[in-house]
Design a protein around this ligand. Structure first.
Ligand SMILES: [Zn+2]
Length: 303
C-alpha cells in the first residue's frame, strides 16, 4: 500500500455566511453562531464565525457594489486605485487581513463558505480543484456520513483565486428566503465537515479512494436579440435537471413564440446552476460540466 500523504493539522477554522447577502441559510446560521458558536467547537481546533458581507446582508442583496465572490485575487487584494472605493473591494481587503494573508502565521487553515442557489443543486459541495487533497477527503467523508440527500461535488477552478476550503451551495431556495429544510441540511453538513477535521487532527488515517466530481467546462448564455435582450427562457425539460446528463439535440431554451432551442454541443454535458437568479446579469443560463472520476491518495495528519 502506498504511504499516505501527510498534511499539518488544522488549528483555525472559519465558517462564513453572507458572502452573498440574500442567500439566507448561511446568513441565518452565521447570525445564530455569532450569538452562540458552541456547536461549532471541537477539541482540536478553534472555529470562528464570520459574516462576510454585512452591508449586503443588512440590505438583503447579493452585493453592494461588486460580487464579493470575485474579489479574492492578488490584483484586487492589493489594489489602491479607484477600485478601492467599492465596498466589496474594501471588505475583501479587510477579510484578507483578518484571516491572514495566505502563508502568514495567523492565516486560517480552512474555510467553510455557505451559499444558496435558486437552482436545484441539492446539497452541492464546491471545491477549487480535484487536487485539493484535504477538501476532497472532507467531501468523501460528508458523502459517506451525511446521507439525508446526495452531495455532488462541483469543481470550480477560477484562475488566480485564493481558496482553502469547501463551499456549500444548497438549493433550490429563492433569494431572500430561508427554508427550514435547507437550513437544517446546511447545519448538518457543516457539523459533518467539522467532525472530519477533528478526526484528521487526531491522527485518523483516511484511506485512498476514487471519487466522482463535476468539473466546469463552460458557460451557456441565454439566446439574445441583436439589442442584447434575452429572447428565450430555460426549457421546461431542462428546469431543475441540475447534474443530469444533457445530450446533443436535447431542448435547452424555449422562445416566447414557443420554439425549442436545442443543445448543439458535441458531447453529453452535466448542466449545473440552471436558471440561477444571480447569473442573469452574468450572462449565464447554466454552467456546463463534465463528470470526472479521480483517484485520491490516503491522507493522514503529519506527526
Ligand atoms: Zn452565493
Amino acid at each position: 500500500m502506498a504511504s499516505p500523504h501527510y498534511l499539518p493539522p488544522l488549528r483555525q477554522v472559519a465558517v462564513c455566511g453572507g458572502t452573498h447577502g440574500n442567500e439566507m441559510s448561511g446568513v441565518y446560521l452565521a447570525k445564530h453562531w455569532l450569538r452562540d458558536p458552541s456547536e461549532l467547537q471541537r477539541s482540536t481546533f478553534h472555529a470562528t464565525v464570520f459574516m462576510s458581507n454585512p452591508r449586503a446582508v443588512e440590505k438583503c442583496v447579493r452585493y453592494i457594489g461588486r460580487d464579493l465572490n470575485r474579489m479574492f485575487t492578488a490584483d484586487i487584494l492589493n489594489s489602491k486605485g479607484s477600485d478601492a472605493d467599492v465596498y466589496e473591494v474594501q471588505r475583501a481587503q479587510e477579510i484578507n487581513q483578518i484571516f491572514g494573508p495566505k502563508g502568514s502565521c495567523q492565516a486560517y487553515d480552512f474555510m467553510f463558505d455557505l451559499h444558496n442557489t435558486t437552482a436545484n443543486m441539492g446539497s452541492c459541495l464546491i471545491v477549487k480543484s480535484e487536487h485539493s487533497l484535504l477538501p476532497m477527503h472532507m467531501c468523501s467523508y460528508i458523502q459517506k456520513h451525511y446521507t439525508v440527500s446526495p452531495c455532488p461535488i462541483f469543481v470550480y477552478l477560477l484562475p488566480g483565486e485564493e481558496s482553502n476550503g469547501v463551499a456549500l451551495e444548497l438549493g433550490p431556495q429563492p433569494q431572500g428566503v430561508v427554508r427550514a429544510d435547507l437550513l437544517a441540511q446546511m447545519r448538518s453538513i457543516v457539523a459533518c465537515g467539522l467532525d472530519f477535521i477533528e478526526l484528521f487532527n487526531k491522527g485518523t488515517l483516511f484511506p485512498a479512494f476514487e471519487i466522482e466530481a463535476y468539473k466546469l467546462v463552460g458557460r451557456m448564455d441565454y439566446p439574445r436579440y441583436p439589442d442584447g435582450e434575452i429572447s428565450a427562457v430555460i426549457h421546461p425539460n431542462l428546469q431543475d435537471k441540475d447534474f443530469q446528463p444533457l445530450k446533443p439535440g436535447d431542448p435547452i431554451f424555449q422562445t416566447l413564440s414557443g420554439d425549442d432551442i436545442l443543445y448543439e454541443g458535441d458531447d453529453i454535458t452535466y448542466p449545473v446552476f440552471i436558471n440561477e437568479a444571480a447569473y442573469y446579469e452574468k450572462k449565464c443560463a447554466f454552467i456546463m460540466t463534465e463528470k470526472h472520476t479521480s483517484s485520491q491518495p490516503a491522507l493522514q495528519r503529519e506527526l
